[in-house]
Design a protein. Structure first.
Length: 61
């Protein structure tokens, strides 16, 4: 692997590393976004169940 890297032009290597970092950055952002969506979904479910409970209590009363 190291021999292959030595044969590659440094510009190509730097570009590949840059793309690798960019991809890593994107996946990290995606993970943060996914966590955010999951939190929002949990919050929505909780707020909907509270709303449903309130409506149910109003109907009972």
């Amino acid at each position: 692997m190291k021999q292959l890297i030595r044969k590659l032009p440094s510009r190509l290597l730097l570009e590949a590393m840059g793309k690798g970092l960019h991809i890593q950055e994107l996946t990290m952002n995606f993970n943060h976004f996914r966590v955010y969506i999951l939190k929002m979904l949990k919050f929505m479910v909780v707020s909907e169940s509270i709303l449903f409970y309130e409506v149910f209590m109003i109907i009972l009363n």
